[in-house]
Design a protein around this ligand. Structure first.
Ligand SMILES: *Cc1c(COP(=O)(O)O)cnc(C)c1O
Length: 386
């Protein structure tokens, strides 16, 4: 008799490899099948196999949804066609006049979604430095319904104290939403620290190969899950069976990829600190980073994202045109090292005044460290920075 596996007691390195069911219980296939079907045949009136129509549920998407729930240590997972579709679904939980406090240093697309789409439906947003609890407290109003936090933030790598913030939020019945894209459940599990909703751009580390867009959401509360399910099936921004399979395959190697990427990032961050044309390095794993201690208390790793300032704009131009191995491209988290210029790419939607206030200036570069040989990456950056 084949038994459906239950991997919930295993450590995270094992869980990522085996997913939710571990294999296809019908055939024993070790690679979970891609159920490329829009609809499902009913056995008889009022009977269902559990699947009716793929916008509502699809077996491959369900395996991914159960897998992400499993590795985030949550109960209910949801997969969307992109990270932004996932964030948008969460925003649909709120009503006109609801107020949301948001990390001021965050993914530019999230800022654009809030300011250019949801504001006109009457939602109110305040952007604060969420690495300072007193700044969050001061921004709370009577109609504050949620905190939307990135930690570490994109691109300044500021760290928010999730346990303290969640205690504060619970006392006031405020929902804590955490974008866990940068550290992934391999290093940080916000639900265990008191968050209510975890959201991901699965496009980044979970997929890991710069080949698929995806978004994921995980919650513990059943009522919240019902509301998200309703929005997901009504709005329909669901992840396709094939893309669900690609993310499932990506997650299998999440552990080994992140270990290697983090090891590389540490080496590269230390090297950048010594370079004469580099004026500041933001990497959470450096002991003099402001968020180092908090990060150690709530996450098992520092990740592989680095941002750094170079001495002037001319150096930015030189670096971006001279890098060869490290590709000048948007996105992050994949096996290939990528370098971006936040002020004109990922964060262009954020007003210049706000960008300069938080540090996203015209001399800031962001590096997503891949799994290549660290010395090759350093050699490439060295020739580009000279
Ligand atoms: C990329 C990213 C998003 C958006 O995800 P997409 O998959 O590109 O839609 C949201 N949050 C963070 C932190 C990201 O890096």
């Amino acid at each position: 008799m084949m038994k459906v596996g239950n991997v919930s007691n295993y450590s995270i390195s094992t869980k990522v490899v085996h997913g939710s069911k571990c294999y296809d219980p019908h055939t024993g296939a070790v690679s979970f099948p891609i159920y490329q079907s829009a609809t499902f045949r009913h056995p008889a009136l009022y009977q269902t196999t559990g699947y009716d129509y793929s916008r509502l549920q699809n077996p491959t998407r369900e395996e991914l949804e159960n897998t992400i729930a499993n590795i985030e240590n949550g109960k209910f997972g949801f997969a969307f066609s992109s990270g932004m579709a996932a964030v948008s679904t969460i925003l649909s939980l709120f009503s006109p006049k609801d107020h949301i406090i948001v990390s001021d240093d965050l993914y530019g697309g999230t800022y654009r979604l809030f300011e250019e789409i949801y504001k006109k439906y009457g939602l109110e947003f305040s952007y604060v430095n969420t690495s300072r609890i007193q700044d969050i407290e001061e921004a709370v109003k009577e109609n504050t319904k949620a905190f939307f936090i990135e930690t570490p933030t994109n691109p300044m790598m500021k760290v928010a104290d999730l346990k303290t913030i969640s205690r504060f939020a619970k006392d006031r019945k405020i929902l804590l939403i955490v974008d866990n894209t940068f550290l992934t459940p391999y290093f940080q599990r916000p639900l265990e620290l008191g968050a209510d909703i975890v959201v991901h751009s699965g496009t980044k580390y979970l997929g890991g190969h710069n080949d698929t867009l995806a978004g994921l959401v995980v919650v513990n509360d059943e009522e919240l899950a019902e509301r998200i399910k309703l929005i997901q099936k009504s709005e329909g921004a669901v992840l396709s069976p094939f893309d669900s399979w690609l993310i499932l395959r990506g997650i299998k190697t999440l552990g080994v990829r992140l270990e290697k990427q983090q090891e590389n990032a540490m080496k590269i961050a230390k090297w950048l600190c010594t370079h004469k044309n580099v004026t500041k390095v933001n990497y959470v794993g450096l002991p003099d980073h402001e968020g180092y201690e908090i990060s150690k208390s709530q996450a098992s790793g520092f990740g592989a994202m680095i941002s750094f300032n170079v001495k002037d704009v001319q150096t930015v131009e030189k670096v971006l045109s001279k890098v060869q191995l490290v590709m000048f491209a948007e996105s992050l988290g994949g096996v290939e090292s990528l370098i971006t210029y936040p002020a004109v790419q990922t964060h262009a939607a954020i007003p210049e005044e706000m960008r300069n206030r938080i540090g996203v200036t015209d001399t800031l570069l962001r590096l997503s460290v891949g799994i290549e040989d660290a010395d090759d990456i350093i050699a490439d950056l060295e020739q580009a920075l000279e």
